[in-house]
Design a protein around this ligand. Structure first.
Ligand SMILES: Cc1cc2nc3c(=O)[nH]c(=O)nc-3n(C[C@H](O)[C@H](O)[C@H](O)COP(=O)(O)OP(=O)(O)OC[C@H]3O[C@@H](n4cnc5c(N)ncnc54)[C@H](O)[C@@H]3O)c2cc1C
Length: 365
């Protein structure tokens, strides 16, 4: 049986970014993705400036079909009473990218740099051996010197490795859908209502994505896309009867606590490595930053046997990047969940855009 250097389970943005980085450094890299590419997923689809820079470093930006993307200049909060606050992001701003287009760009780039990307191929189980790992797949075993688990929020590999931390966490869920309509704003809009937020992202010349996030128990009755949309009369008005451009797609619960990201010849990356919430729209940026760090470390780690100790620089980078993301996310969540605190804060930011922009710059830098 052929032995690869690296096998990545999960061909989402995190898995493909690790694979591209590792393959560009000369490692024989295979990716197993259970779906066919391009892969869709519930996502707000807003890429922050540093995520955009990572996409360029990975060499995937030039593969992106710009007809499925829209630049956005900043973030606008819209409250129940119509009060707003808007702040510009640092240059060059962000990019709304239809998830299918992002997947297509990263998959093409991965294949271009020699990654063996296998669609419709999933890992059923894995065994770590003293010098590598063997995965069971429906089409036979796959063997490699190193296993990267990039298998998303629910990460079966994380569970199998016993790295989940069972803790009482906020149970928030997400649901998104697209509509065929010229975007009405160059901002990502965050609309607030009681117990639920709506994130509106331009994702193409004639496409707007709407993603809802809400907390378990705060929304009464059946939680469906149309029922959530009804809570936002301003959005219904803006959509003006526009036709849907995708089926609703959900995810959750979002928060995941993970003991550690590394073990001998094994690492977790992306949502599988730990997640707080989508409220700041930073999941992709975080995934790219960590994936690049892991992919760049792998040649050296493998040369030294890829034991847990050789992976510590990755764990440290993760902690550093994740800590900042977690603080920001917890802060924004605290505001979103307390309307009586949130309303005056947003009004204040509305009167002082310079303050909002400073906060945004600090958060996304
Ligand atoms: C409602 C919502 C809105 C969001 N909005 C934003 C936003 O605006 N901006 C932003 O940056 N982030 C946002 N995020 C977060 C972002 O979507 C994630 O952080 C990002 O998708 C993480 O990428 P990933 O590769 O780790 O995981 P995923 O994208 O989930 O990819 C995991 C892949 O693994 C595959 N897989 C799983 N198990 C197996 C297996 N056993 N074998 C083979 N393949 C397997 C899956 O098919 C999937 O393709 C949002 C998330 C939600 C839920």
């Amino acid at each position: 049986m052929k032995r690869h250097d690296v096998v990545v389970v999960g061909g989402g943005p995190a898995g493909l970014a690790v694979a591209i980085t590792a393959a560009r450094r000369g490692l024989d890299t295979v990716v197993l993705e259970r779906a066919s590419t391009p892969v869709d997923k519930a996502c707000g689809e807003g890429l922050m400036p540093s995520g955009l820079a990572a996409l360029e470093r990975l060499g995937a930006l030039s593969h992106l079909d710009m007809r499925d993307s829209s630049p956005f200049v900043g973030i606008r909060y819209v409250q129940e009473d119509g009060s707003t606050a808007e702040g510009k992001l640092p240059a060059p701003g962000g990019l709304g990218v239809r998830r299918l287009a992002l997947s297509q760009a990263l998959s093409s780039r991965a294949r271009e740099v020699g990654v063996d990307l296998r669609e419709n191929s999933h890992a059923v189980s894995h065994v770590r051996t003293p010098d590598g790992v063997t995965l069971e797949t429906p089409t036979g075993p796959v063997s490699a010197r190193f296993l990267v688990a990039a298998d998303g929020l629910n990460s079966p590999l994380r569970k199998a490795e016993g790295l989940d931390v069972e803790r009482e966490v906020l149970r928030r869920y997400g649901l998104r859908r697209h509509f065929r309509r010229v975007p009405w704003t160059p901002y990502v809009e965050v609309h607030f209502a009681s117990g639920v937020e709506a994130y509106v992202t331009p994702a193409g010349a004639e496409r707007v994505g709407i993603a809802f996030l809400w907390e378990d128990g705060t929304v009464e009755g059946r939680v469906g896309f149309d029922a959530l949309l009804e809570r936002f009369p301003r959005l219904v008005e803006q959509l003006n009867g526009a036709e849907p451009d995708s089926q609703p797609r959900g995810a959750g619960p979002l928060a995941r606590v993970v003991r550690t990201r590394i073990a001998d010849r094994f690492a977790l990356v992306g949502d599988a490595a730990g997640y707080v919430d989508a409220v700041t729209g930073e999941g992709l940026t975080l995934a790219f930053a960590c994936a690049e760090s892991l992919g760049a470390l792998l040649p050296d780690a493998l040369a030294k046997g890829a034991g847990r100790d050789t992976l510590l620089p990755y764990e440290r980078t993760f902690q550093q990047v994740f800590r900042k993301y977690a603080w920001t996310t917890q802060g924004l969540l605290m505001l979103a969940r307390r309307p009586r605190l949130r309303r005056p804060v947003v009004r204040l930011l509305g009167r002082a855009p310079w303050l909002f922009e400073r906060i945004l710059a600090a958060v996304v830098s």
